[in-house]
Design a protein around this ligand. Structure first.
Ligand SMILES: Nc1ncnc2c1ncn2[C@@H]1O[C@H](COP(=O)(O)OP(=O)(O)OP(=O)(O)O)[C@@H](O)[C@H]1O
Ligand SMILES: [Mg+2]
Length: 238
């Protein structure tokens, strides 16, 4: 399950490998390549392992997600199932006339996460081995988790993911303040956009934490183009 080889150039930052039950948070402001990075990492891990994975998209419909990734040359790996879980809920609500909200939706999401999809080798328990959730913000809003309950909910949710024996990537859009639950995640990766001293914008990645794995801490530059994304090297002063 080589995360370090899943995105071009990521091996410059990471020395070791992660184990099952590992939960990685991908954070950043809007438009910082969170989705592109997460999808590319999933594709890469699936290619290398031959296992299968599930991408739960809550912000976009499946077609919109794929359309957005197309301009970056990113396509769906054959072992990747994409589930538009919020759309699925809405369709189900419309068809059945039954309003699935709250705990019903949460259960549906947790079950879907482990549901079999057709292609590829499965995990040892017959379930997908890799899981991505894009994004945690929408999970919190669909479930109407109040600010006071957020800490407990995220704590519980990440612990559920940890118990599932897969590697999970959870996208979280930064909203000005960090989630204080970041300590529960095994790894926190921040993506961003900054400017050089000469006022030239560039994209970057920082690995803020990665439990049990040797990694670099600096700001590394990410290049995005129609061939995909690539970590090109450490940010120099200017
Ligand atoms: N061919 C390309 N070359 C360079 N940049 C591109 C190309 N195609 C798309 N992009 C950039 O990729 C960005 C989309 O990245 P992505 O959707 O992964 O970001 P995100 O952090 O998930 O955003 P959001 O906050 O909308 O969820 C676009 O906003 C655009 O700036
Ligand atoms: Mg996104």
């Amino acid at each position: 399950m080589s995360f370090r080889n899943s995105v071009k150039g990521l091996d410059q930052l990471i020395s070791g490998d992660m184990k099952e039950g590992y939960v990685i948070l991908i954070t950043g402001a809007p438009g910082t390549l969170k989705t592109a990075f997460t999808f590319t990492a999933m594709n890469g891990m699936l290619s290398e392992s031959g296992k299968r994975g599930i991408y739960m998209t809550l912000e976009h419909k499946r077609e919109d997600l794929l359309w957005g990734l197309k301009s970056l040359g990113i396509t769906q790996h054959k072992n990747l199932g994409i589930v538009d879980i919020a759309g699925f809920k809405n369709n189900l609500n419309q068809i059945s006339g039954y309003n699935i909200t709250g705990t019903g939706f949460y259960e549906l999401m947790l079950k879907t996460m482990e549901s079999p999809i057709e292609n590829g080798t499965e995990g040892p328990d017959g379930k997908p081995w890799f899981c991505a959730i894009d994004s945690l913000n929408v999970v919190l809003s669909v479930l109407r988790i109040s600010h006071e309950d957020r800490r407990d909910f995220v704590n519980n949710f990440l612990n559920i993911l940890k118990s599932k024996n897969m590697v999970s990537l959870v996208v979280h859009e930064e909203t000005g303040q960090d989630l204080d639950e970041y300590y529960i995640a095994d790894a926190v990766i921040t993506l961003g956009i900054d400017r050089t001293d000469k006022n030239m914008p560039y994209r970057y990645i920082i690995i803020r934490k990665m439990r049990g794995i040797e990694h670099k801490l600096g700001q590394f530059v990410i290049d995005a183009n129609k061939e995909g994304i690539e970590i090109v090297g450490q940010k120099m002063k200017t």
